[in-house]
Design a protein around this ligand. Structure first.
Ligand code: 2IT
Length: 445
């Protein structure tokens, strides 16, 4: 079957799942040439099999709020592909969660995990539960009710969930506690665990740190660095926090963060205690950044806008999918941005990506840039299996070398004759080849 036919069939079979179609289209268009050059992939039906998840679990999550009212949410786990290792990927708790979002995330995860070079397949899960405004007891009761269903389908060699938007260390604790009680074993079944019970050092920082290590390689190839650069970051969660911390350490000035309410512009730079304050904002469970402007004079809050209108050298989307569109991309280009690295998953729309590549900007997609998060989850799994803990430098060094290798793989498959690197193509081909070859080797399963 041809790539075009596979895409058309997918849209017919799953109408309205726009994020899922967007993610699949991007990958299939990138790998079309490689796929056509290797008839063994078509013979084994690799693409038709790859675009459908192995299975999806959907379940009801009933729980009781603090007022004694019954609440009902939907829970999901998408086990997408386990050709190269157990299903692996985060859980997202956010009111926008639906099957299209989780299938796009699960699909992206296959290639991202393959890029890390660690043995991890692709999966994703979550719920439409909204953590905003919930008390800690409500979050705990919800996590316990969620795990009461999920635990049957996961295991340290089967499927290893982790965090994503709305699921951080606290939630992983509540989820793990219930898993442990039900499964009657203490295993490495979730990653992002607390340090005292199997977690890895650097895991909280890993997505942001890895993203900056990757962008550093992009800059180095152009004889440049973060030193003295002005950087805009979106979001204010775990990913934005890690990225701001590392970019600042490397001599850049981070001038924005953002939330659903608007963005903060801080020309003096978001550093030191201002970076710590991001954690307080997140812990408040209010999902707003406005209080930052009251706390730190000299900064301002811009209501209802995204940070891409600020003139910067480097833009780092760190919030959610499709958070930077064609119009935003054009503003960044007019403002002479030199590098855009997606630290969020599928942060840029196809129109934005097309503009970046047409203008030969340094641009790299989430599945390569943010792979440090799941890579460090993989390192957590290794430590759990060995029943020992590496120190901070050991984990950071491994994370750094994984990001350098992912960058090299993108260059290997994405470098054009004129020297421009198409990181989208490079990441997709490098991630795909390993999985596709594994699927062919393992027969029709
Ligand atoms: O999008 C991602 O890669 C994650 N949310 C992390 C997944 C993981 O298993 O650590």
């Amino acid at each position: 079957m041809k790539v075009k036919e596979i895409l058309a069939e997918l849209e017919k079979k799953h109408p309205g799942e726009s994020e899922y179609h967007q993610a699949v289209k991007e990958v299939l268009e990138s790998i079309e040439e490689v796929y056509n050059e290797n008839p063994r992939f078509a013979k084994a039906g690799v693409l038709q099999r790859l675009v459908e998840p192995d299975r999806i679990f959907t379940f009801k999550v009933p729980w009781m709020d603090d007022k004694g009212n019954v609440q009902v949410n939907l829970g999901y786990r998408v086990q997408f592909n386990n050709a190269i290792g157990p299903y692996k990927g985060g859980l997202r708790f956010h009111p926008t969660v639906n099957l299209s979002i989780l299938k796009f995330l699960g699909f992206e995860q296959i290639f991202k995990n393959s890029l890390t070079s660690l043995p991890m397949g692709g999966g994703k899960g979550g719920s439409d539960f909204d953590p905003k405004g919930k008390s800690e007891n409500e979050v705990m009761r919800f996590c316990q009710a969620f795990m009461l269903e999920l635990w049957k389908h996961i295991g340290p060699e089967t499927d290893v969930p982790a965090g994503d938007i709305g699921v951080g260390g606290r939630e992983i604790g509540f989820l793990y506690g219930m898993y442990k009680k039900l499964a009657q074993e203490h295993t490495g079944v979730l990653t992002g665990k607390g340090l005292n019970w199997g977690g890895s050092l650097i895991r909280p920082e890993a997505t942001g740190f890895g993203g900056i290590y990757f962008a550093k390689e992009m800059l180095a190839m152009n004889n440049d660095s973060f030193e003295g650069k002005k950087v805009s970051v979106s979001g204010f969660g775990n990913v934005a926090w890690g990225a701001a911390l590392k970019a600042t350490q490397l001599g850049a000035t981070v001038v924005t963060i953002s939330g659903p309410d608007g963005y903060i512009y801080d020309p003096a730079g978001i550093s030191c205690e201002k970076i710590d304050y991001m954690l307080d904002l997140r812990a408040s469970n209010q999902d707003v950044v406005e209080p930052y402007a009251k706390k730190f004079p000299g900064s301002k809050f811009v209501k209802g806008k995204r940070p891409w209108e600020v003139k910067v050298d480097i833009a780092l989307p760190c919030a959610t999918q499709n958070e930077l569109n064609g119009a935003d991309a054009q503003i960044l280009i007019n403002n002479k941005v030199m590098l855009v690295a997606e630290v969020s998953n599928m942060g840029c729309t196809p129109e934005a990506i097309e503009l970046f590549i047409k203008n030969k900007l340094l641009y790299a997609p989430g599945k390569a840039v943010n792979a440090g998060g799941v890579a460090t989850s993989g390192l957590e799994m290794t430590q759990n299996s060995m029943k020992l803990n590496w120190n901070k430098d050991e984990v950071d060094e491994k994370l750094h070398s994984i990001m350098v290798n992912i960058h090299a793989a993108c260059v290997k498959y994405g470098k054009r004759k004129d020297g421009y690197v198409d990181y989208v193509k490079g990441a997709n081909i490098a991630g795909f080849l390993k999985v596709a070859n594994a699927m062919v080797d393992q027969g029709l399963v």
